[in-house]
Design a protein around this ligand. Structure first.
Ligand SMILES: Cc1cc2nc3c(=O)[nH]c(=O)nc-3n(C[C@H](O)[C@H](O)[C@H](O)COP(=O)(O)O)c2cc1C
Ligand SMILES: [Fe+2]
Ligand SMILES: [Fe+2]
Length: 388
């Protein structure tokens, strides 16, 4: 169980969702997901974001218990995506005197989700504005496109807490207590990955703040070793590989390309590469494969040809890499085909549209089953791929 204690005055009231199968309709979450929400108790009370409608009941129970008969004065809306904003309408109805705090973009989006009348109940803030709750003071920092355009984060200066919206979040319900790194990486590259420049801009602003605790909207509260988490976000948002190593991503109709992928792994190991991840794109969670593509410095992409194009699992993978702006990596291409192989051409088209991708000069075609000449070619490709 993750420790979600922040302080006596700043309380976690979020909800775990352990029954959801796909987050955002596409990412498998075997350990569920958490919708975090916090309350700051002071002369004035602020609720920091609501939760997905799937978590409303549990969240309200937590909230009412922490409020202990008091009423919230403010609801700070850092992000309008339904996994956090889903219960705004209900909370606003329950506490008619509560003021909704957001920026101009928040309030242009609010009526699209909640067509109620909030006239006279909103406080519009901009970069650097503050909200005093008594001894606690929130400063708002705009973080456009650190997932959506209206995103902002909030810094509470008396306890040095950064409420970081989706930033530093992870998949996985807090009750499952899994390690931060793997699920934070999978979350980052699939949810936020396209917006490295905007994350860099936010990190720059955050570097001017003395932060002791990070309260994200998913996953654990981060209370120590913050340099580690900030360092990972810095690396990821600069599109730098985390590790020198190889992802072998393959898509095989009848198993021959899969066999070649296994062989490729042996060859890479023989040539001294010990850090290899294999992903069978037909069967794996493609979000894991995308995260690995960014984690490692090099990739081998291997695909069967299918109806004159790419076998769909590889096509999906390449489209994901394009959408998440994969870049700054070295890639080798191997195709398979029985009459008119063209998978490599299609993979190349995807990759050439991306920034700073070096494609190894030898692009090899396997003609159906793996033969001796294929192994020779894979040795050459491995050498090219592992070059510095
Ligand atoms: C539905 C289907 C469509 C295919 N389309 C092509 C094609 O357009 N061009 C080609 O050269 N091979 C085509 N193939 C053959 C496969 O690409 C080839 O047999 C395969 O790459 C062998 O490797 P595998 O066992 O890993 O699938 C097709 C195979 C299937 C089952
Ligand atoms: Fe989001
Ligand atoms: Fe989220």
């Amino acid at each position: 169980m993750t420790d979600l204690h922040v302080s006596d005055a700043i309380r976690y009231v979020g909800a775990d969702d352990t029954t959801i199968t796909l987050f955002e309709g596409q990412y498998p979450v075997p350990n569920g997901v958490s919708y975090n929400s916090y309350v700051i108790l002071d002369s004035k009370i602020a609720v920091m974001d609501t939760v997905d409608r799937r978590g409303t009941a549990a969240w309200l129970e937590n909230l009412v218990s922490v409020l202990d008969g008091r009423k919230p004065d403010y609801l700070v809306i850092q992000h309008m995506e339904p996994d956090h904003a889903g219960s705004i309408g209900l909370l606003a109805e329950k506490y008619p005197e509560m003021t909704l705090v957001g920026n101009a973009k928040t309030f242009s989006m609010l009526p699209k989700f909640f067509p109620g009348d909030y006239t006279g109940r909103t406080l519009t803030v901009k970069e650097g504005d503050t909200l005093s709750l008594g001894t606690h003071t929130l400063t708002f920092v705009m973080a456009p496109m650190v997932h959506w355009p209206e995103v902002m984060v909030s810094y509470e200066s008396s306890e040095k807490v950064l409420f970081s919206a989706d930033g530093f979040g992870t998949f996985g319900a807090n009750c499952c207590g899994q390690e931060w790194i793997a699920e934070a990486r999978r979350y980052y590259f699939n949810i936020v990955g396209k917006y490295g420049a905007q994350v860099q801009a936010l990190l720059k602003k955050a570097s001017g703040l003395d932060i002791q605790t990070i309260c994200p909207l998913h996953g654990p509260v981060l209370k120590s070793d913050l340099g580690y988490y900030l360092g990972k976000y810095d690396l990821w948002s600069r599109y730098e590989p985390e590790e020198d190593g190889v992802l072998i991503a393959y898509a095989s109709i009848h198993g021959n390309t899969a066999k070649a992928a296994q062989k490729m792994r042996e060859i890479l190991a023989e040539q001294g590469c010990a850090n290899i991840s294999m992903r069978d794109l037909d069967r794996c969670d493609q979000a894991e494969a995308v995260a690995d593509a960014f984690r490692y410095s090099r990739m081998v992409a291997m695909s069967s040809t299918y109806d004159g194009g790419l076998f769909p699992p590889m096509d999906h993978f390449m489209a994901h890499l394009r959408d998440k702006t994969y870049r700054n990596r070295r890639v080798a291409l191997i195709e398979n085909g029985s009459w008119a192989p063209s998978a490599a051409k299609h993979m190349r088209t995807y990759l050439e549209a991306l920034k700073d991708i070096t494609i190894c000069p030898t692009v090899h075609t396997i003609q159906s089953a793996v033969k001796e000449n294929d192994i020779d070619a894979m040795r050459t490709i491995a050498k090219e791929l592992l070059e510095q």
